[in-house]
Design a protein around this ligand. Sequence first.
Ligand SMILES: [Zn+2]
Length: 159
Amino acid sequence: MDPRANSEAKIIPPEPLPFVSRRALRRVTDWMAPPEQCPNCGKVVELVSNSEIYGREFGDWPYAYRCIDHRGCDSYVGLHPNTDLPLGKLADSFERQARKDNKRYFMDVLSRQNWSRNQAYAWLAQRMGIPESECHWGLFSVRQAHMAGAICKEALEES
Ligand SMILES: [Zn+2]
């Protein structure tokens, strides 16, 4: 668990976060320290609004850790809601490719079921056994992307 979760000291949020919630820190069971160096290229990591990545803010907690080498490495990862803690390792281009390859099955399920994106994510999160807040193609690891793809393919075959 995060060392600040049970301390009395006031938590000063790093820019650009508006706050860091102690209760939210306690909820994070798969704790990883905020990254300073990119695991994929060794360059510095910045904490940014995810609008810098997606073109608009995505989600209720629209922030990400991003490698400063935007053009080359371009690794990034989202945050656990209401914290400054990363959801996992910064994702590289292999992860992004795995997401891209598998996302089309998700989009097929969505249109076949006539679901909204939120409905589809709620379904997928439940099938994958992860919180809805962490269920997003932009956040999936290679393994999660393949898992999500397999779940969606199966659903398409069944329907
Ligand atoms: Zn990097």
